[in-house]
Design a protein around this ligand. Structure first.
Ligand code: R5P
Length: 314
């Protein structure tokens, strides 16, 4: 049978079963039964239902913390699907970890993004769906197709109504410039760029702002919020330059590691908006609005199977 015509199965990886369930609901299918257990010595035991045989399976699993476990679970699930005789195995990995290791800061560093790409190649995914990867150029490290999706249209619609013409889109570092430009174009707003220097894995310093932020409401956009240091450093500088103390922060991936919430809680933020590419529990010490990428992933899966373009999802 042609793999594109095979019945579709959505397989929930343990890293984000809620997102997998939401994608399955969008596609009106019941998630495929699977078991993922842990042995006494910490190994993962994975078993998928035999009904995966002859089917087209999409595994939903972000490379979420603990990233090593998430990656291995994804690869074990793929192996189980191939071995049972799935016709095609795709993966929706909305958050791909390790992509910030896209170059060596020191000669003795490992190139984590390349190692991740090589590991994922063993899953033989056709295709791999990712959302707003930190380094879009990482696609070149993959020999198999990678479909790059973006949450920007969803995030723009989540914030559009609240923004007047006095808002300014702020890229908190040079790496976020292209992302900020996409927000600015869609919202027809000016943009500013903060020049940030990373002094170490946990230390950043913002040096200067390119663009006019005085008297404007800053909307800081980034691909991810981890410790919140990048946002805090950029915000300190734009406030010094006269920006209004009524700030919106928007990012695709909310990692919220370490003391991120205390840090964000100390800033004059009116909204923090992220997506559910990673699990976002409700009981947070700081209010975070969550936009779901389930409709985006479901539509990308549907279009891929139907042989339709996914360019329109941009
Ligand atoms: C860095 O280049 C990324 O785009 C983010 O700005 C950064 O990883 C965010 O991390 P943190 O919240 O820890 O500053």
């Amino acid at each position: 049978m042609d793999a594109t015509l095979a019945k579709l199965e959505i397989l929930a990886g343990p890293a984000h079963a809620d997102l997998a369930a939401a994608v399955a609901r969008e596609l009106r299918v019941t998630p495929l039964y699977r078991q993922v257990t842990c042995t006494d010595d910490g190994e993962r035991l994975v078993r998928v239902d035999e009904s995966a045989r002859g089917r087209s399976v999409v595994i939903v699993q972000p490379i979420a913390s603990p990233v090593g476990d998430s990656l291995l679970e994804l690869l074990l699930l793929a192996d189980a699907c191939w071995r049972i005789g799935a016709l095609r195995v795709a993966a929706a990995v909305p958050y791909l970890g390790y992509l910030r290791q896209d170059r060596r800061a020191y000669p003795g560093d490992a190139l984590g993004s390349r190692v991740l790409a090589d590991a994922l190649a063993t899953g033989r995914f056709l295709p791999l769906f990712v959302v707003d990867p930190h380094t879009p150029g990482v696609e070149a490290a993959f020999s198999r197709p990678v479909e790059m999706l973006s949450a920007v249209p969803l995030l723009v619609e989540a914030i559009r109504e609240q923004l007047g013409p006095d808002a300014v889109i702020v890229a908190p570092d040079l790496g976020a410039t292209k992302l900020a430009r996409r927000f600015a174009r869609r919202l027809r707003l000016p943009m500013a760029i903060v020049y940030k220097e990373r002094l170490g894995p946990t230390d950043v310093r913002a040096h200067h702002v390119i663009g006019d932020v005085a008297g404007r409401k800053p909307v800081i956009v980034d691909d991810m919020i981890s410790t919140g240091r990048t946002i805090a450093a950029a915000l300190e500088l734009v406030l010094e330059q006269g920006a209004l103390r009524d700030v919106v922060v928007v990012a695709t991936h909310g990692l919220f590691m370490g003391s991120a919430f205390e840090r964000l809680g100390s800033l004059p933020l009116s909204r923090v908006v992220v997506t559910d590419t990673l699990p976002q529990p409700g009981n947070r010490p700081f209010p975070v609005e969550v936009v779901s990428v389930a409709p985006l992933l479901a539509e990308a899966v549907r279009r891929t199977r139907a042989g339709e373009s996914i360019a329109a999802l941009e």
